[in-house]
Design a binder for this molecule. Structure first.
Ligand code: NAI
Length: 501
């Protein structure tokens, strides 16, 4: 591939995907995007699942995306049941696109409760895109209990916070909030929030704050204009960003970028709309807006601004597809435009600026900023903390047993008699049930028994093998369903207390 041109992998998608991708491509061609970029097909979606490929993406497509560094994709159908996984999740993880960036802007012609009240919205959400419960690390632990591990790492948090703050700096966004639930999940959300505060120190000109995610949801509904940019862990970000899409008219108007160090993916956030597929009536706005983000990402900033202004200028006349429309606008027609006519209406406005909403500033020229770093030789290790000294100070052993808490305690104290550990806690579903608790606490068949170093044994005096020996002894009599070592890191406890402890 020649260095002077941009290469962008393209996957039209399933259902309405090919129709809206065709619309976006027609618009890009009319705006002369292909003077600078070649679009290379990458095969994925239903046709690939149908060949028995459970990833839904061919090896050639993976290679094409790796070579290009940018993927522009339409919605993909996730097969129901069977082995087929969501392609979207697969691609995000495969290429470490750690930040999901979504912009929520009031658009002319798109009626919402806020637009009717004269409130203009313009904010964005940056969602951590890889970790959290999306690791999909789940286990059945007992007859009655399953677990999903919530993984939050320091470097993963750093990447997403730095992306958010750097993007805020580039776009002139004055305020960034970190959404979280660190009041309850003090270690995982606590780490996410701590890393936000650490990253914010390098961006002193940006005002930063934090907000608990439930309050955030209420605030977004009551007074959304108070936020400019919000960065959130994966699951909370998933939910809050759909809420935010609803505030500006629904998923059809919310573009999405998945940003990674090497590879980035730009996609419509809505699905394949099987109910209207093939009818030529789908709304391509979300994909076009995602494409505009992509053009800015690769440095075609002038093209992006011209296309954005044409879209806004067309929308403010009242041009609409069947899923939206504002009858009060001068050019509104009862009969909605087809996808093709909708795009023809935007193309007719190329070179014009919107009059009722702020126009995107059009730079004198493009700023080719996109450099695709050479292919790494192997997977890269990302680190935040190094040189930390950690010591084992105990273990949490999880048991599958129908015994009562005092009976479990008797057995555990007996087993631990001649070891460096003593039983300090038994909890059930996170609530302490021994040595104290309430008889009203209902228990399930899954206990945590915590052992900590006896008095006189100091951290560092014993290694982890002694804790594993204790596990062995317990496993002779009990069904052990999982096991966590308790460690201190530079003297700080690396484990949480039980509720009621
Ligand atoms: P959906 O977003 O496809 O459809 C929900 C409703 O919105 C339907 O009534 C549909 O007609 C309408 N709609 C969606 N996009 C539209 C557009 N551009 N123009 C006009 N109307 C539009 O969600 P659904 O039905 O839950 O999912 C259908 C399929 O899409 C599933 O296989 C799902 O897995 C997949 N999906 C893929 C996504 C992606 O690739 N990013 C995201 C969400 C779902």
């Amino acid at each position: 591939m020649a260095a002077s041109r941009l290469y962008i992998a393209v996957a039209p998608g399933d259902g309405i995907g090919p129709e809206i991708m065709d619309a976006a491509m027609t618009l890009f061609k009319a705006a002369h995007v292909d003077d600078h970029a070649d679009f290379i097909p990458a095969q994925m979606g239903k046709e690939v699942f149908d060949t028995g490929n459970t990833r839904g993406v061919t090896d050639e497509a993976v290679r094409t995306i790796e070579d290009c560094g940018v993927l522009f994709k339409g919605p993909m159908e996730t097969p129901k049941g069977g082995g087929g996984k969501s392609i979207n999740v697969t691609l995000r993880k495969l290429f470490s696109t750690y930040a999901n960036f979504r912009v929520f802007k009031t658009l002319p012609g798109v009626q919402t409760v806020y637009s009717k009240a004269g409130i203009r919205l313009d904010f964005s959400i940056v969602r951590e895109n890889i970790e959290d419960t999306y690791g999909g690390v789940e286990h059945r632990l007992t007859s009655d209990m399953v677990q999903c591990k919530r993984l939050i790492s320091a470097p993963g948090s750093d990447q997403v916070h730095r992306f958010a703050l750097q993007t805020a700096r580039t776009l002139g966004v004055s305020k960034v909030h970190c959404g979280h639930k660190a009041n309850i999940m003090k270690m995982s959300d606590g780490l996410f929030l701590d890393r936000f505060k650490a990253a914010a120190k390098d961006f002193p000109e940006i005002e930063t704050g934090d907000v608990i995610v439930d309050a955030l949801c209420m605030n977004l509904v009551v007074k959304p204009q108070q936020y400019k940019m919000i960065v959130l862990p994966n699951l909370q970000g998933d939910i809050v960003s759909d809420l935010a899409a609803g505030l500006v008219g629904g998923l059809g108007f919310a573009p999405s970028a998945n940003i990674g160090r090497h590879i980035s993916i730009f996609e419509a956030v809505h699905g394949t709309a099987p109910d209207i597929a093939g009818k030529g009536i789908a709304n391509p706005t979300s994909l076009i807006l995602s494409g505009i983000m992509m053009l800015r990402h690769v440095g075609l900033v002038r093209h992006a601004a011209i296309i954005e202004n044409a879209l806004l200028a067309a929308l403010e006349t009242g041009l609409h597809t069947g899923d939206f429309g504002d009858p009060s606008l001068p050019g509104y027609t009862k009969e909605p435009a087809s996808t093709k006519d909708f795009v023809a209406g935007i193309i007719a406005k190329l070179g014009e600026s919107p009059k009722t909403v702020p126009a995107a500033p059009v730079p004198e020229q493009d700023a080719p900023a996109f450099t695709h770093a050479p292919r790494p030789a192997s997977q890269q290790m990302i680190r935040t903390f190094t040189n930390i000294v950690s010591h084992v100070v105990g273990c949490d052993i999880y048991l599958d047993t129908p015994l009562s808490p005092p009976a479990v305690a008797d057995e555990m104290q007996r087993v631990a008699q001649d070891t460096p550990f003593r039983l300090t806690l038994i909890s059930n579903r996170g609530t302490q049930v021994w040595p104290s608790g309430s008889v009203y606490t209902e228990c399930v068949d899954y206990y945590r028994v915590r052992f900590e170093l006896r008095e006189g044994v100091s951290p560092g005096q014993i290694g982890q093998s002694r804790a594993v020996t204790l596990l062995d002894k317990i496993a002779e009599k009990f069904t052990v369903c999982s096991y966590e070592l308790l460690r201190v890191f530079d003297g700080v406890k690396g484990y949480s207390m039980a509720q009621g402890q």
